[in-house]
Design a protein around this ligand. Structure first.
Ligand SMILES: Nc1ncnc2c1ncn2[C@@H]1O[C@H](COP(=O)(O)OP(=O)(O)OP(=O)(O)O)[C@@H](O)[C@H]1O
Ligand SMILES: [Mg+2]
Length: 616
């Protein structure tokens, strides 16, 4: 079957690319944020100007030293004063320039890192919105968020410090190399050797450091994921008295990063001692060379002062290299996580709506044909599911709990690829439709109402943002929600808390019904739309739903079988396979799943009634 091949292209596996090094990461980041080019350039230019200004000072100081030595030796101190004042003035000017330029660069850097943060975050969300449902089934919300925050913080920190310091350092180093080569080549040679050796030594430590960092991050992200879950479901945590346990699990994650950090840091700093040790030896050698040459008369005292300043200047970049590399390594680890998500295979989504074939009026609107499906690599949840729904028909899905009803709804929304078979809407395979087109045609009341921390009105309007106040109110009225909404402080403008926390289960459900009513799509799916309601409210909502279902193709799922007593047909599922299809009256007689459940519910009601009457 072709669908088999499809499964691979839409698989949710995330590519892992451990091979990307420092340079690769840097290139990906810069390329990824190409629109910030002018800020990168501004920051780099400012850094270069600052560095250039910094280079002038040693020359000016060297010049002043020679002047003073000459004047003191010849006993004509007074004559040198104007020239010295001029040199001091020049130092002032270069330093002022450097101060101003540095701050300009700082401004550009702030804007850059903020833009960078915005771009990286937005693209992340944009990407997540296009990832397959399966991906979300496997990741904790909090983990996704924790990872985003960490990666982005590390990447922006790196880019900022990189553009701020790296190029300036590079310029200074090159200048120092050239100048020292002009004065005395052995100095330049020593400097030229020390740099690559240092970088090489740092690179050696990088691999192990990164492995440990990734290990640490996975703990921190898991802790973040659990954290979000615990806070989101705090009532459950409290009711089962699991606060202590949750705190311990959380602490445990961090404790485990402790050991890793110790090892990581010990390793890093040991290597740093070695690296800097080498550096210290080389620099001591350079200082000695300069002293010795001056003593031999090879340099004037001014030149000696100049060279000492230059060599000291060269120290900073070399030493900062370890800091830059440290930031860079974090960024590489961070960007690896980030780009791993960015590379995750998206849902294959056809871009254009295929032509709808001309069909007879009574052709089925919805067709399920040999649908086979299972989550991830798990067993089949549905097999050989074949049935259709005609225009305006009301079909109920019945099975025991876990029988695959909600799954079927998920498939109808195109949230998961089928293992095999087809689902057709108006004769078109939904796999060939752009998902938005498909979902625009389906209005759904979810089993779990899933509201947003917004106002009542905005929640109802979610599927139809431009709906008028009147439409919203009408929808609420029809969902039997009008009365309780009026009772809320603020009415339609009342905020309902995270996921509707401030509402009762039944209230949430009625808002979710109103939301589906307002969306007004041609296919209506009700997944336990009234399960949380008392009989009276259920009846009222049911009336609204009946009106809504009139002339609309509907798929209804309800455990309380009385609510589906007057559907046109019932499809029962048993162990993932269609068991029976027929009218409620027919299926009540056959003794299948529906018959069994019906008998059970009647008996339940009877015994309840009996108990009630006995108690009277
Ligand atoms: N996201 C998921 N990942 C893996 N397995 C899932 C997922 N969602 C559901 N399942 C499994 O698929 C099977 C069918 O679940 P489904 O939610 O479709 O049942 P249902 O008929 O809607 O049940 P209920 O009447 O209780 O709502 C169950 O065994 C369930 O464990
Ligand atoms: Mg369900």
């Amino acid at each position: 079957m072709t669908q088999h091949a499809d499964r691979h292209s839409t698989a949710t596996r995330v590519d892992d690319d451990p091979g990307e090094g420092l340079f690769g990461s840097l290139v990906s980041i810069v390329r990824f944020t190409g629109e910030l080019r002018q800020y990168y350039v501004a920051v780099i230019v400012c850094a270069l100007l600052t560095a250039a200004a910094g280079l002038a000072t040693p020359f000016l100081v060297g010049r002043a030293t020679d002047l003073i030595v000459g004047a003191v030796n010849s006993g004509q101190s007074a004559g040198a004063v104007p020239m010295l004042a001029l040199l001091a003035g020049a130092i002032l000017v270069t330093e002022l320039i450097s101060t101003v330029v540095q701050n300009l660069g700082g401004w550009a850097g702030d804007v850059l890192s903020n833009r960078l943060r915005a771009i990286l975050s937005t693209r992340y969300l944009d990407k997540l919105l296009r990832l397959p449902q399966q991906w979300f089934d496997e990741e904790l919300t909090g983990t996704i968020i924790a990872r985003l925050n960490r990666s982005i913080a590390e990447i922006s920190q790196f880019v900022k410090s990189m553009s701020n310091t790296f190029f300036a350092m590079l310029l200074q180093t090159i200048a120092v190399l050239v100048i020292s080569a002009i004065y005395y080549w052995p100095l330049a040679v020593m400097l030229a050797v020390v740099f690559p050796v240092y970088v090489w030594l740092t690179g050696l430590t990088s691999r192990k450091w990164q492995r440990l960092e990734a290990d640490k991050n996975s703990h921190i992200d898991s802790a973040g994921g659990r954290f979000a879950e615990v806070i989101g479901q705090i009532r459950v945590v409290r009711s089962f008295v699991r606060e202590r346990h949750e705190l311990e699990t959380f602490t445990d994650h961090f404790d485990r990063t402790d050991a890793t950090t110790r090892e990581q840091s010990r390793y890093w700093h040991t290597m740093d001692v070695i690296r800097r040790g080498v550096l210290n030896v080389v620099f001591a050698g350079m200082y000695f060379l300069i002293f010795w040459r001056t003593l031999q008369g090879g340099f004037t005292v001014g030149e000696m002062v100049l060279l000492i300043q230059l060599v000291t200047m060269a120290r900073t970049p070399v030493e900062m290299m370890s800091w830059v590399l440290d930031t860079a390594q974090r960024a590489v680890a961070g960007s690896r996580d980030y780009f791993r998500v960015m590379r995750a295979t998206e849902v294959y989504a056809p871009a254009r709506m295929p032509e709808l074939p001309a069909r007879p009026k009574d052709a089925p609107v919805l067709e399920f044909e040999d649908v086979r499906f299972g989550y991830g690599d798990g067993p089949d949840v549905l097999r050989d599911v074949t049935f259709d729904v005609r225009r305006g028909e009301r079909v109920a899905l019945v099975s025991e709990s876990g029988g695959g009803k909600t799954t079927l709804v998920n498939l109808l929304l195109g949230l998961y690829p089928l293992r095999s078979g087809h689902i057709r809407l108006d004769g078109v395979d939904i796999a060939t439709m752009p998902p938005e087109e498909l979902r625009r045609r389906v209005s759904i009341v979810f089993q779990d109402p899933s509201l947003f921390s917004d106002t009542v009105g905005e929640n109802i309007r979610y599927g139809y943002p431009s709906a008028s106040e009147d439409d919203v109110e009408l929808a609420a009225e029809r969902a039997n929600a009008g009365d309780f909404i009026e009772g809320l402080d603020g009415g339609f403008d009342a905020l309902i808390g995270e996921r509707g926390l401030k509402l009762s289960g039944g209230q949430k459900q009625r808002i979710s019904v109103a939301r589906a009513m307002l969306k007004d799509a041609s296919i209506l799916v009700l997944d336990e739309a009234t399960s949380a309601l008392d009989t009276r409210s259920e009846r009222a909502v049911q009336e609204g739903l009946e009106a809504l279902m009139k002339g609309r193709t509907s798929l209804v799922i309800a455990h309380r079988l009385s609510t589906i007593a007057n559907v046109d047909r019932i499809v029962t599922l048993k162990k993932g396979v269609v068991d029976e299809i027929g009218t409620p009256a027919e299926l009540a007689r056959t003794g299948g799943v529906y018959g069994e459940l019906l008998a059970l519910q009647r008996r339940g009601e009877d015994s309840y009634l009996n108990a009630y009457q006995t108690a009277q």
